[in-house]
Design a protein around this ligand. Sequence first.
Ligand code: SF4
Length: 270
Amino acid sequence: MKIAEVYCKNALSRSKISGMDYALNPYIGCEHGCVYCYAEFMRKYTNHKEEWGEFVDVKINIVDRLRQQIKRTKLGTIMIGTVTDAYQPLEEKYQLTRRCLEILADFDFPITIQTKSDLVLRDVDILKRMKNKEVGLTITCVDPKVETLFEPKASKLHNRFTALEELKENDIPTFVFFGPILPFFSDREESIKSLVKKLKEMGIEEIYFDKMNYLSGKWKRMKIFLTQNFPNALNYYWEVVKDGELYSAKLESVLARSLAGFSLNAEILF
Ligand code: SF4
């Protein structure tokens, strides 16, 4: 893993994500190294030759930049971690996300965090004093062995569930981002239903669903990964690459059937 300390010009950037005004990403790159990561396009903004997941640039001055920028920024919702995981293991040492949160709490900016790490629990004290906040944990499948291979350095599945429980106990609004739904491993009606049932029992009322995007652009990497780890899933993935529209339509109806009978705030994002 190549780690470099870099300087950023601005802490906040405009966000194109629906409902979000700004994005805050204390790191470029992500140690979690998920095989399907959508943020790999960030490589082109760096000079890194390493594979995605094998480098992280730490924006060492982001706290100072935020302190200055926030004073001249119109109030709006900030999404923390749009092209990185703001709670990846390096955050334990650098505490950039934590220190940025402190500033955002002082200025009453609404925030949304999305992470695959239970390190977010470290910052419950700050989150509790924020008026407008929401924390989402990403889950992509319910099989811990599959999850560990697809997301090698993210928090283990049971730790993400524990994080959701603890956040709820602390009255911090939570959601689950179920995505990307892994073809072959988590796109069957039974597995979606069992996850939704579990989340409902935990008191999670808000779930977003997304399919695996950009698979054709990542086919080379995915093919190597599947061949090494799940050769029996290779053909299934190839069918998804060949006819993404057909797969999306099928997945949409699987989701509609899986969600029937559950009253919750569910949104399909594709
Ligand atoms: S945690 Fe998110 S940003 Fe990090 S590698 Fe995984 S998908 Fe990409």
